[in-house]
Design a protein around this ligand. Structure first.
Ligand SMILES: [Zn+2]
Length: 431
C-alpha cells in the first residue's frame, strides 16, 4: 500500500468474555500457509458436477436442487472460475432466501463482462484457486418472489438436510454436498426480511478464527459477532471448520444499489485478501465489532413515520420515528434513541401495532464522534465501498438506437387509460 495511513480501530465494543474467547481462538489458530495452496503444488483441471473446467477457464454449470428423473429438478446456474494457480475454493451465494435481491444483483454485477473479460478483476487467467458464484440459490422462491421453498420451509434453517427428507431438506442436502463440503470460504449474501432494510453489515462467529479473518477481509465497518442460527448454512459450514460469513444489506423485494455496491466491493476485497485475484483489498478506517444490539419497538399502533434510515447515526434522546393513528386524530407518540448509536436496520412498512420492531439499534458507547467523522449530510454512516461509481455501470461504447414509429393512441401512455387519451392534445400542445 502506498503511504502510511493512520489507522483508527474500534474493536472494543464486544463484551469482555467474548473478546477473551475470540483472542484465545485466534491465538490457538495457526493462520495462513496452506500447503495445497502453495504455488509449486500440483494444480490441474477440475470436475464440478461431472463437467470439466480447465485451468484459466470460466464455465457455467447447472446444478439440480432435487435429484429426480420426473418433475422439475430446479437446475440453478453456477458460474465456476478455475484459476491458473493453486488457491482456495471460494463460494459466493445469493438468494438463499428467494425475495432477497441484493445477492442476485451483486453476483450479476460480478459476472458482467467488465469484470470477467481478459484483464478484468475476475479474469480466470490471472486468478488463483476456484471461485464459484451462485446468483440465485433458491430459484423456485425467487421465481415466486418469496423467501421460502415451495413447501413453505426456510432453506437457511434446513441444513445439513436429509437426502430423503422434506423437499427443502433434500435441497439443503444437495447444496451441502455440492457447494459447502469442498468450500474453503463461503460468503452468503442476504437482505433484511420483508418490511425492513439493513445497512451493509457482516455477521459471523468471531470466535471461529477463519470466519473472523473473512469478516475482516470483507472490509466494511459493521461486523456483528453472532453465533449462526440452527440449521443455517453458516452454521454447518463453521461446524466443518469452513470460513463463512453472512452479508446483510438492503431489504427483501427491493433493490438498493448502495447495498449491492458494497456487496460487490466486499466480495472483491475477500478475493484480494485471499490472493485469489491481484491487488490489495481496501480497508475501512475503523471497524465496529458488535456483540449486542437492541430492537426499538412501537409502543402504540398506527402509521409509522421514520426520521432515520439504515445506517443513521443517532444521539441519545433523538426522535427516530413517530407514530400517529388516523383513528385518533391529534395524538402521536415518539420513539427515541435510548443511547448514542447506529441504526443498523429500520422498518420500511408504515403499518405498526404495539410491539412491532421499527429499528435495530446498535449502541455505540465510545467512539460515536469517530463515526460522525464518516457521515453523509443526511447523518448516515458512509460505508467503505459505497462511494464512487459502480464500475460495472460504466457506459463505454454507448450505442444509441433509434426506434421509429408512432405512439399508439397519440401519446406514450394513451392506451393505458382514458385520462391519458384525453390529455393527448394538451400534452402535445405543451411540448
Ligand atoms: Zn436472508
Amino acid at each position: 500500500m502506498a503511504g502510511k495511513k493512520r489507522r483508527v480501530r474500534v474493536a472494543n465494543e464486544l463484551p469482555k468474555t467474548r473478546r477473551l474467547a475470540i483472542k484465545k481462538a485466534l491465538d490457538e489458530h495457526e493462520s495462513g500457509g496452506r500447503p495445497d495452496w502453495d504455488r509449486s503444488s500440483d494444480w490441474k483441471d477440475i470436475r464440478f458436477l461431472r463437467k470439466r473446467i480447465k485451468t484459466g477457464e470460466m464455465r457455467t454449470v447447472h446444478m439440480p436442487l432435487l435429484d429426480v428423473d420426473m418433475g422439475d429438478s430446479w437446475p440453478i446456474p453456477i458460474i465456476v472460475f478455475h484459476g491458473k494457480r493453486p488457491g482456495p475454493v471460494v463460494t459466493i451465494i445469493g438468494a438463499t432466501h428467494g425475495d432477497e435481491l441484493t445477492g442476485p444483483s451483486a453476483c450479476t454485477n460480478l459476472l458482467s463482462s467488465k469484470f470477467t473479460e481478459p484483464g478484468g478483476a475476475l479474469d480466470p487467467q490471472s486468478m488463483a484457486g476456484t471461485v464459484r458464484i451462485v446468483p440465485v440459490l433458491n430459484l423456485p422462491g425467487y421465481r415466486s418472489k418469496t423467501r421460502y421453498f415451495p413447501d413453505g420451509r426456510d432453506l437457511n434453517r434446513a441444513f445439513p438436510g436429509l437426502a430423503k427428507g422434506s423437499t427443502t431438506s433434500r435441497v439443503a442436502s444437495m447444496v451441502k454436498k455440492n457447494l459447502i463440503d469442498d468450500s474453503d470460504v463461503i460468503i452468503d449474501l442476504h437482505s433484511a426480511a420483508t418490511g425492513r432494510s439493513n445497512m451493509p453489515q457482516i455477521r459471523g462467529d468471531l470466535s471461529h478464527p477463519e470466519s473472523y479473518l473473512l469478516a475482516k477481509a470483507f472490509g466494511i465497518e459493521v461486523v456483528l459477532d453472532s453465533k449462526p442460527p440452527k440449521g443455517s448454512l453458516r452454521r454447518v459450514a463453521n461446524q466443518m471448520d469452513i470460513a463463512a460469513v453472512t452479508y446483510e444489506g438492503g431489504g427483501a423485494n427491493r433493490l438498493e444499489q448502495t447495498a449491492v455496491k458494497v456487496a460487490v466491493h466486499g466480495c472483491l476485497n475477500v478475493l484480494k485478501a485471499l490472493k485469489v485475484i491481484p491487488k490489495n483489498p481496501s480497508r475501512p478506517r475503523f471497524r465496529l465489532n458488535a456483540g449486542g444490539s437492541t430492537w426499538l419497538r412501537a409502543g402504540e399502533g398506527g402509521l409509522l413515520d421514520m426520521f432515520v434510515g439504515p445506517g443513521s447515526i443517532v444521539t441519545k434522546g433523538d426522535v427516530v420515528a413517530t407514530i400517529s393513528d388516523p383513528g385518533a386524530p391529534g395524538l402521536s407518540v415518539d420513539i427515541v434513541a435510548p443511547e448514542n448509536g447506529l441504526m443498523i436496520c429500520t422498518a420500511t412498512n408504515p403499518f405498526v401495532t404495539a410491539g412491532t420492531p421499527v429499528g435495530h439499534f446498535l449502541p455505540v458507547t465510545k467512539h460515536i464522534e469517530l463515526l460522525k467523522t464518516q457521515m453523509d449530510d443526511r447523518g448516515i454512516l458512509i460505508v467503505n465501498g459505497s462511494q464512487g461509481d459502480a464500475i460495472w455501470r460504466e457506459e463505454e461504447e454507448m450505442v444509441e438506437i433509434k426506434v421509429e414509429g408512432d405512439w399508439s393512441g397519440g401519446s406514450v401512455d394513451a392506451e393505458w387509460n382514458q385520462i391519458n387519451a384525453e390529455d393527448t392534445e394538451q400534452e402535445e400542445a405543451d411540448s
